[in-house]
Design a protein. Structure first.
Length: 518
């Protein structure tokens, strides 16, 4: 099942199912104060009259909270953390703006507790590109096995874990399944989402055999899970009483922000963005499931668009024939070519080449021609593609200790890691991957050599870099990402007089590249 991780940010640790930035702390051990057995709940859906009067999605959520928030020490401590760090929820609510209405609608349709809408805050801080060392990805932090089990596709072109509408359906399917498997107890189901149903069910049985209370607060579960449920309940309490706690959430209009548009075929993301009058990055931000410069050849054939862009996009799409939605190159096969080499050269896959050219096998003949789909823009134009994100990650660890390795047939991360005397987790982290991600023949991996002494390594992998501030960045988030202190960022960049930063601003950082976060 899911593998939670410990994430340390600026001296504050958080245990969740994924790695996120500037999140609540891992709190000290505490014993439950008030045992509460949570009963199954049915979320009331506002009437039409009520819904018309609700202009903010947070208010719509507040009106439907039903879970008990007991007087429990961990809940109090997480509540205090959120109250002391109001900027965290401001940032999260900004990220949630495109997707929260969709999530709330789906919860209401299924009559599920509205508190589940807050799980992406705990899991990923509403970052659809969040990626944990435990191999979980996306807003809802699915691992690959669980994603496939609940119907999400994953391949070279597309990762359904990061497709917010698709992953939301899968996550709620999983939560309904866990609710049923754990005896219709939502606290059990939420705990199982974090640690797996088997651990929760076995913990309940163990308590019953020993004749001790078996409600969530008495279960012997992993420390991460014992804090996971209190964190969600504390978050619900803070949002429910935001005014009392002095928390200002970024308002989210209580109306659809996005529309899922059926496109019917593969399309270049740059062309699609132009049709929608958006930048490629703006479009990709709403469609983080697509790993490459185009949507997947064999689907899913849909795009998420802002509601105010959807109509114009559909009009432009309807006047663009499917064979005009990609750029094509007519390639003459050379001696020594193979489909694998050609696919690698043109940043596509063998299966895509075979499909386009109606090939039944892998045999190709020198002198014949292949039609190859190529990106409309230079590949570095597609800033949020998996390749560009990985390239940025690899650039962060450049130095004298870096080795470049090209994947060969029969390779695996484990085999490569063993060969270079490093751990699989480190190798995956250096290359912005999860340990179980598949490899492609010819794929470039960056490896930090560990042959130097610890003292030499520490000295040689300290680097000074220039970092360009992005939308949504804060000093705390940048400090967390590069494992440095906010005070150092302020000192290095002479920010004592003004601690505010702007997108596009360049900051100087002195970092240990082995400690940079994904």
């Amino acid at each position: 099942m899911r593998v939670p991780i410990l994430f340390v940010a600026g001296g504050i640790a958080l245990l969740t199912g994924c790695q996120t930035l500037s999140n609540p702390p891992l709190l000290k051990e505490s014993k439950p104060i008030t045992p509460v057995i949570n009963k199954a709940t049915t979320t009331p859906v506002p009437t039409v009259a009520e819904a018309v009067e609700i202009t903010d999605i947070w208010q719509r959520i507040r009106l439907q909270f039903t879970m008990d928030v007991p007087d429990q020490k961990l809940i109090k401590q997480y509540r205090d953390w959120y109250i002391k760090h109001p900027q965290h929820l401001i940032r999260v609510s900004e990220r949630a703006t495109p997707f929260m209405h969709l999530i709330v609608e789906e919860l209401e349709k299924r009559h599920l507790p509205i508190e589940l809408a807050l799980l992406p805050i705990v899991e990923s801080a509403f970052d659809p590109f969040a990626y944990s060392h435990g191999a979980a990805s996306g807003l809802w932090q699915f691992t690959s096995p669980m994603a496939r089990h609940f119907g999400l596709q994953m391949n070279w072109w597309y990762d359904g874990r990061r497709d917010v509408p698709a992953a939301t359906i899968a996550a709620l399917d999983m939560l309904e399944y866990l609710y049923d498997k754990t005896g219709n107890n939502w606290l059990y189901a939420i705990a199982a989402y974090n640690t797996g149903e088997g651990r929760v069910i076995n913990a309940v049985k163990r308590n019953k055999r020993q004749g001790i209370p078996s409600d969530f607060w008495h279960l012997n579960l992993p420390r991460e899970t014992e804090r996971y449920v209190p964190q969600l309940l504390a978050l619900a309490d803070v949002i429910n009483h935001a005014d009392e706690y002095g928390i200002t959430l970024t308002p989210i209009k209580n109306k659809p922000h996005i529309e899922v548009v059926n496109i019917g075929s593969q399309i270049d993301l740059a062309l699609a963005a132009n049709m929608a009058n958006m930048t490629t990055s703006e479009l990709h931000q709403l469609n983080p499931g697509f790993n490459r410069w185009a949507t997947a050849p064999e689907g899913p054939h849909h795009l998420v668009l802002p509601v105010d862009k959807a109509t114009a996009f559909k009009l432009a799409l309807n006047t663009t024939h499917t064979d005009k939605r990609l750029n094509w190159e007519r390639y003459r096969i050379q001696n020594g070519d193979s489909l694998g080499l050609i696919a690698q050269r043109y940043h596509t896959t063998v299966s895509a080449l075979k499909s386009v050219n109606e090939l039944n096998g892998n045999t190709i003949v020198a002198g014949k021609f292949l039609l190859i789909p190529v990106a409309a823009q230079n590949l570095d134009h597609y800033l949020l593609s998996a390749e560009q994100r990985k390239t940025r990650k690899q650039k962060q660890i450049r130095g004298k200790q870096q080795l470049a390795y090209h994947v060969k047939a029969g390779d695996s991360l484990w085999k490569i890691a063993k060969q270079h005397k490093v751990t699989t987790a480190k190798l995956a982290n250096w290359n912005s991957m999860a340990p179980k991600d598949p490899l492609q023949i010819g794929q470039k991996l960056v490896i930090l050599s560990n042959q130097a002494t610890a003292k030499q390594t520490l000295k040689e992998i300290m680097r000074t870099i220039n970092y360009k501030v992005r939308n949504g960045d804060s000093l705390a988030r940048i400090a967390s990402k590069f494992n440095v202190k906010v005070s150092d960022l302020i000192r290095w960049n002479a920010l004592e007089k003004s601690k505010y930063i702007q997108p596009g601003q360049t900051l100087k950082l002195h970092i240990n590249i082995t400690k940079v976060r994904v």
